[in-house]
Design a protein. Sequence first.
Length: 208
Amino acid sequence: MMAITVICMQETHVMRLGRKTYFHFKNFVSLAMRPTVPRLFHISEQPGISIFTPRPSPSHFDNVTGDVVFAISDQLLHNYLLPRDCPRVTFYAGKNTTDNDKNQFMGNTTAHYVIAVENGWYQQIRDTTLFCYEFAPDDFMLIDECAGYYVSYNPASPIAITVIDDIMGALLSRNIELRFMPSLIDIAAAVRNSSLRFSLIRMRNAKE
């Protein structure tokens, strides 16, 4: 995914590069000045969100004690570059992943990350437009390093928005392999029982 960095102190600027539009809001502080802080994002199919208010977490986390705003790290942003309801199995090798699991699940790919989706979602993936909201990371804390999840207990306003009208292109521009499969049930079970680092997302929508 293309990225540009500007500093705006007074006005809002809108730029379109190729098929993507970049909105740069006032009081934006360049992340290039803070190289140790991860870039954090929130993906939505809804345009024009000016503020994200804390809400109950959809999943249980021991270290989440109230309503929160969720964000995803740039490293694992690809896990959410899909239509919201699209079921997916995502995985990658971690430091504790066995050689056998690497060979079984990733032996034939040079990609560092894999996303598996159902064949039936192909056209909706092609047709959906996503909005990638970037947050300043100051108020966010890490709650799940494996999944790249961060939360804030405070309302969050985006510092930039990227319109993604080519999901396939955005995904394939990153270091991932996108796999289309008739069903995700078997691979989800196998990945869950492996030593891989993984996320099973929207699997309630998966076909049996």
